[in-house]
Design a protein around this ligand. Structure first.
Ligand code: 13P
Length: 251
């Protein structure tokens, strides 16, 4: 049985964006509403300070907002952190969890990522759960095992009943301009799909698996048509409306 999945293109603005950056959002909204209707769900994950503005200003063009991280707890003494419920309250519908930059900089473990994903689901958000190998792990031939372990540890059982999204982002491809070959992407996404269907059955067949890592206007068309690639998680190229729109249009 084949499951039809509407692709999703998410922009991760990382720690970039002031209120003035909303001009790019306005430009993107203009392109999305005047051109051909996008064939993908479009999400922007800006810094937390402008999530509410993105949610408000993007709505009429169908642009959805997401957070870049959340705490596993609903509230409490966690200075500087943000709860999933706060993002939802600001109008977010998605949240990235377990991005490799957070796993590296804050030592986030699979267990913590799973707890964040559970908190997101509890707050009514759809978690975008990130996994991906280092270059050394790929060179050693361990990429699939590393990603399989991350998936097993990071995806909560609640994914059986709720929507989760997986983002495969090879760490060595992030911000480097380098990407895996289409065959390597197909192999990894196929392996992720098998793991999802083994664990969640038919539900796993419908989980979106995004590719991320130097996804650009120049390579989007090719990468987004690889089997089991159900959209993309875009960093640098999501900051400019024109580039991001070109990637969305490549679906
Ligand atoms: P780049 O698209 O800038 O390589 O970043 C990818 C990424 O980390 C998205 O989460």
């Amino acid at each position: 049985m084949t499951t039809t999945i509407t692709p999703l293109i998410a922009g991760n603005w990382k720690m970039n964006g002031l209120r003035g950056s909303l001009d790019e959002l306005t430009a993107l909204a203009g392109m999305l509403t005047t051109g051909e209707a996008p064939r993908a769900v479009v999400v922007i994950c800006p810094p937390a300070t402008i999530v509410a503005a993105v949610a408000r200003q993007g709505a009429s063009a169908g642009i959805l907002a997401g957070g870049q991280d959340c705490h596993a707890a609903a509230s409490g003494a966690h200075t500087g952190d943000i709860a999933a419920g706060m993002l939802a309250d600001a109008g977010a519908q998605y949240v990235i969890v377990g991005h490799s930059e957070r796993r590296a900089a804050y030592g986030e473990t699979d267990e913590q990522v799973r707890a964040k994903a559970e908190a997101a689901i509890g707050a009514g958000l759809k978690p975008i759960i990130c996994v991906g190998e280092t270059e050394a792990e790929r060179d050693a031939g361990n990429a699939e095992d590393v990603v399989a372990n991350q998936l097993a540890g990071s995806i909560p059982d609640a994914a059986e009943q709720h929507e989760v999204i997986v983002a495969y982002e090879p760490i060595w491809a992030i911000g480097t301009g380098r990407t895996p070959s289409n065959d390597d992407i197909a192999q990894m996404h196929g392996s992720i799909r098998r793991q999802l269907t083994d664990r969640f059955g038919e539900k796993g067949a419908g989980v979106r698996i995004l590719y991320g890592g130097s996804l650009k206007p120049q390579n989007a068309r090719e990468i987004l048509q690889v089997e089991n690639v159900n959209g993309g998680l875009v960093g640098g190229a999501s900051l400019l409306a024109k580039d991001f729109y070109t990637i969305i249009s490549a679906v």
